[in-house]
Design a protein around this ligand. Sequence first.
Ligand SMILES: [Zn+2]
Length: 287
Amino acid sequence: MLVNAKDMLQKAREGKYAVGQFNINNLEWTKAILLTAQEQNSPVILGVSEGAGKYMTGFKTVADMVKAMIEELNITVPVAIHLDHGTYDGCMKCIKAGFSSIMFDGSHYPIEENIEKTKELVKICAEKGLSLEAEVGSIGGEEDGVVGMGECADPDECKSIADLGVDMLAAGIGNIHGKYPENWPGLSFETLEAVKGKVGDMPLVLHGGTGIPEDMIKKAISLGVAKINVNTECQLAFADATRKYIEAGKDLAGKGFDPRKLLAPGTEAIKETVKVKMELFGSVGKA
Ligand SMILES: [Zn+2]
């Protein structure tokens, strides 16, 4: 069932669990995540980056594929299709394409401009029934080969954005996209508590969920995180399983080269990764 992310995240925040956002890249990814959500009776958010949208030939293709798959697979758990780190233009395109949720990443703008653009999108999303995620304090990660350590958001700026009427807020708390470096100091719970103190009941979003130790994930959820983004971990699991298939020479045996066979182990690996994350986040059985 395609829905926006508003209710599922409110319920998660109240119930002290988090809904996973799993990014999709193609049909196999989408199918693996939807089937696992249904099997686990868990709400789920399908994340689509602008790059992945382009890769899949456009946001309309993605939205239509997800809607058709929900119908063909009889997916009854709540599913949101969400633009990840959208530009203003990307947000407008996804609203038109039929997404149920968008993230506007204005974290690289001066705060006044982030507020201005977020305010416009709050209005449009309210009219069209979409949920909206905003970001304050950029989230670290590898850019041009340099790994940033992850900023900590200013709690007052978080409040200014939260008060605009967004449905969820991503605040940098030292988290990073991609693999975490050896010398990463960990999440800043001090920042998270300060942000929570300012924004109250607003569901908070933790980006860069790959490789954050389990105890930190659980603590973050207890402090108001209701959505956790996972992307790299599914990619690593897919690549690992596919490599093993090929290294074992299975593509050379019989019809092992058939893409439906070649991509099957990777797809299974995504399912397993998603299942483990849903268990960790506590969203199993919460659909
Ligand atoms: Zn992110």
